[in-house]
Design a protein. Structure first.
Ligand SMILES: Cc1cc2nc3c(=O)[nH]c(=O)nc-3n(C[C@H](O)[C@H](O)[C@H](O)COP(=O)(O)OP(=O)(O)OC[C@H]3O[C@@H](n4cnc5c(N)ncnc54)[C@H](O)[C@@H]3O)c2cc1C
Ligand SMILES: *[C@@H]1O[C@H](CO)[C@@H](O)[C@H](O)[C@H]1NC(C)=O
Ligand SMILES: *[C@@H]1O[C@H](CO)[C@@H](O)[C@H](O)[C@H]1NC(C)=O
Ligand SMILES: *[C@@H]1O[C@H](CO)[C@@H](O)[C@H](O)[C@H]1NC(C)=O
Ligand SMILES: *[C@@H]1O[C@H](CO)[C@@H](O)[C@H](O)[C@H]1NC(C)=O
Length: 543
C-alpha cells in the first residue's frame, strides 16, 4: 500500500515527453490541423472529427448543443475548431494539440451548462464535443451501468428500462442533460431522499488528463477520483465515462401533481411542507413549484403552488402516509397515478400518459433565453415571510422558484465524502428560474435583473457565510467565491488541482485555481501540505 502511494507520488512528477508539438512556422490554424493529423491513426477520417468555420456542418454542430440562446448570438465568440471524437484516443489528441497550440479548451457533453461555459470563451478556443462517445452498457448481474460522457440521462434511463423493471438510477429529471457535466457536478433527482446524489453511486471512471493519458479509478488515485465526483469535471480533465451502481426501484411507483392557489391556504401548505419533508418516509419526494400566474380572464396575478411527487411504492400506502403526515394538502386517490419507474420519468418530464418510452432517446431540447440561480434553506421560512415572498413573486411577474426537499439519505452522507458539501442540515434547495423569448441585450438585462432582485430579496431566509449554491446550477454572478459551491472541500480541490493540472490548462470562468495561479498564501499552504505528505510517505516507507 505504502509502495503504491510512493509510486503514485512519483508518477505525479513524471511527465512523459510531450509527443505533440505545434510548429511555429505556420499559422495556428494549419498547426492545429497538422498536429491532429500527425497524432491520429491515418485510417481515421478526420472530416468527421475536426471542424473549422469553413466546414459546412460547423454551424449545425456548434448549435446542436447550445441550450441557452443567450450564448447563441452573432456577437458570441465562436470556436476555432470543434472536435467530435469517435474514439477515446481522439480525446487525448485533442487535449495535447489544444495545449501545444496555446488554445483554450471547452468540454461539452449535453451542453446544459446554465452559463454556457462548455461552449463559450473570451479567448481563442476549441470545443471538444463528446456527443459521439455515448455508449451505455447496463449489466444487470453486476447491477452496474458503464456510461460514456456524451450520453444523456434519457438514454441511460432507457437502457436500464430495456433490461430491468426494478432498477433505476438517481440522477436528474430532464432527460436531455448530459452525463459528463451532470455527474461530475453532483447530480440529483427525485430519488435524492432515498438514494442521495448520482455521485454517491460511482464505482469507476475514465478520465483523460492534461498529458493525454487515459486513467481509470486505480491509475488516477483516490484524490482525483474523489474530485471528479462533484468537483466539476472541467477542472481536472476530460471525463470519458462513469461506471455507476444501479439502485432498486419497485415495479409500481406512484406520482401526483396537484395545484393549489391562494384560496387553498397555500401559505399554510408550504409552511407545513418545510417542516415535514426532512424526516418523512425517504421513499417520498415532493417538489414545490412556485409560479406567478395571471388568470386567462384578466384577474390579478397570483402565486400558484404545484406539488409534484414521486413515491417509491403503491398509491394506497402513499394516501395513508399523506393522511397522517400532510392531511392539509387534501390529496385524493384520484390525484395519484401508479406506473413503472420508467413511466414516472416521462411523467416528470411532462410527457402525456402512454407516450412511447423511446422519447427518452430524443436528444433535442428546445432552448430558450434563460438564467438560473440557487440557494439552500436550513430553517423554515415563517408564514409571514412566505406571504411577503408571494407578494414579491407577483410583483416581479416572471421568475419562478422550485423547492427541492433534502433530508432522508442526504443526512447520512458526510459533507466530506464527495466535493458536494450541502448535505445534513439543509431542509431544501431553491432553484430560481427565469426564461424569456425576446432576443437582445436589453431583454437579457431586464430579466436577469428580475432574478437577481428575487435572489437579493431571499437573503435573510437562506444559508449564509457563505451563502451556498449548487455547482450544477452554474451562476457566474457568484464569481470565483468557490466556497459557495464547495464549502470546506474547496481547499482539498485546490490541492488536487495543483497536482494534476499545475499549469491550469483545464480552466474556465469558475474553474478551481491551481496553486501556480493562486495567491502567495495558498502557495505557502500548499508547500507545507506537500512537504507533510512527502515526509509521511518517506517515513512510513522506512519502516
Ligand atoms: C433543462 C435542465 C434541467 C436540469 N435538471 C437538473 C436536475 O434535475 N438535476 C441536476 O442535478 N441538475 C440539473 N440540471 C443542471 C445540469 O446538471 C448541469 O447543467 C450539468 O452540468 C449539465 O451537464 P451537460 O453535460 O449537459 O452540460 P455541459 O454544458 O456539456 O457541461 C457542463 C459543465 O461540465 C463540463 N463538462 C461537460 N462534459 C464534461 C466531460 N466529459 N469531462 C469534463 N467536464 C465536462 C463542461 O465543460 C461544463 O463546465 C438541469 C439543467 C437543465 C438545462
Ligand atoms: C473542413 O475544413 C478543413 C480546413 O479548412 C478542410 O481541410 C476539410 O477538407 C474540410 N472538411 C470538409 C468535410 O469539408
Ligand atoms: C383555510 O384555512 C382556514 C383557517 O384555518 C380554514 O377555515 C379553511 O377551511 C381553509 N381552507 C381550505 C381550502 O383548506
Ligand atoms: C393512461 O390513460 C389511460 C386512458 O385514459 C388510463 O386507462 C391509464 O390508467 C392511464 N395510465 C396511467 C399510468 O395513468
Ligand atoms: C424531439 O424533441 C423535440 C423537442 O421537444 C421535438 O421538437 C421533436 O419533434 C422530437 N423528435 C422526435 C423524433 O420525436
Amino acid at each position: 500500500m505504502i509502495m503504491v502511494r510512493l509510486l503514485f507520488f512519483l508518477l505525479l512528477f513524471y511527465q512523459p515527453k510531450f509527443p505533440t508539438s505545434c510548429s511555429q512556422k505556420t499559422t495556428t490554424n494549419e498547426n492545429f490541423i497538422h498536429c491532429f493529423i500527425k497524432n491520429t491513426n491515418p485510417d481515421d477520417d478526420l472530416s468527421h472529427i475536426v471542424y473549422t468555420s469553413t466546414n459546412s456542418s460547423y454551424a449545425s454542430i456548434l448549435q446542436a448543443y447550445i441550450k441557452n440562446l443567450r450564448f447563441n448570438t452573432p456577437k458570441t465568440r465562436k470556436p476555432e475548431y470543434i472536435i467530435t471524437p469517435l474514439k477515446k484516443s481522439h480525446v487525448s489528441t485533442a487535449v495535447l494539440c489544444t495545449k501545444s497550440c496555446g488554445l483554450s479548451l471547452r468540454i461539452r457533453s449535453g451542453g446544459h451548462d446554465f452559463e454556457g461555459l462548455s461552449y463559450i470563451s473570451d479567448i481563442p478556443f476549441v470545443i471538444l464535443d463528446m456527443f459521439n462517445l455515448r455508449a451505455i452498457d447496463v449489466n444487470i448481474d453486476k447491477q452496474t451501468a458503464y456510461v460514456e460522457a456524451g450520453a444523456i440521462l434519457g438514454e441511460l434511463y432507457y437502457r436500464i428500462w430495456e433490461k430491468s423493471k426494478v432498477h433505476g438510477f438517481p440522477a436528474g429529471i430532464c432527460p436531455t442533460v448530459g452525463i459528463g457535466g451532470h455527474i461530475s457536478g453532483g447530480g440529483y433527482g427525485n430519488m435524492i431522499r432515498k438514494y442521495g446524489l448520482s455521485v454517491d453511486h460511482i464505482v469507476d471512471a475514465e478520465l483523460v488528463d492534461v498529458n493525454g493519458r487515459i486513467l481509470d479509478k486505480s491509475s488516477m488515485g483516490e484524490d482525483l477520483f474523489w474530485a471528479i465526483k462533484g468537483g466539476g469535471g472541467a477542472n481536472f480533465g476530460v471525463v470519458l465515462s462513469y461506471t455507476l451502481d444501479l439502485v432498486y426501484v419497485p415495479e409500481r411507483v406512484t406520482v401526483f401533481r396537484v395545484m393549489r392557489f391562494a384560496k387553498d391556504n397555500v401559505t399554510k401548505l408550504v409552511y407545513k411542507w418545510q417542516h415535514i419533508m426532512e424526516d418523512i418516509d425517504e421513499n417520498l419526494f415532493i417538489r414545490v413549484v412556485l409560479q406567478p400566474v395571471t388568470p386567462k380572464h384578466n384577474g390579478p396575478t397570483a402565486v400558484r403552488v404545484t406539488f409534484i411527487s414521486l413515491f417509491l411504492g403503491g398509491a394506497e400506502k402513499l394516501i395513508s402516509l399523506m393522511n397522517s403526515e400532510f392531511p392539509e394538502l387534501g390529496l385524493q386517490k384520484s390525484d395519484c397515478l401508479e406506473m413503472s419507474w420508467a413511466q414516472s420519468v416521462l411523467f416528470w418530464s411532462n410527457y402525456e400518459n402512454e407516450t412511447a418510452m423511446n422519447v427518452l432517446l430524443n436528444r433535442t431540447y428546445n432552448a430558450a433565453y434563460s438564467k438560473r440561480k440557487s440557494d439552500y434553506v436550513t430553517k423554515p421560512i415563517s408564514e409571514n415571510d412566505l406571504e411577503l415572498l408571494w407578494k414579491k413573486l407577483t410583483e416581479l411577474e416572471k421568475p419562478g422558484l422550485v423547492f427541492n426537499p433534502y433530508g432522508g439519505k442526504m443526512r447520512e452522507v458526510s459533507d466530506l465524502e464527495t466535493p458536494f458539501p450541502h448535505r445534513n442540515g439543509n431542509l431544501y434547495k431553491i432553484q430560481y428560474s427565469i426564461s424569456w423569448k425576446e432576443a437582445g441585450e436589453n431583454a437579457d438585462k431586464k430579466y436577469i435583473n428580475k432574478i437577481r432582485e428575487l435572489h437579493d430579496f431571499m437573503t435573510p431566509y437562506v444559508s449564509n457565510s457563505p451563502r451556498r449554491a449548487y455547482l450544477n446550477y452554474r451562476d457566474v454572478d457568484i464569481g470565483v467565491t468557490h466556497k459557495k459551491y464547495f464549502k470546506g472541500n474547496f481547499d482539498k480541490l485546490v490541492k488536487i488541482k495543483s497536482i494534476v493540472d499545475a499549469e491550469n490548462f483545464f480552466r474556465n470562468e469558475q474553474s478551481i485555481p491551481a496553486i501556480k495561479s493562486a495567491g502567495k498564501k495558498q502557495k505557502m499552504e500548499y508547500a507545507i501540505y506537500f512537504t507533510k505528505c512527502l515526509c509521511l510517505v518517506l517515513n512510513l516507507n522506512l519502516w
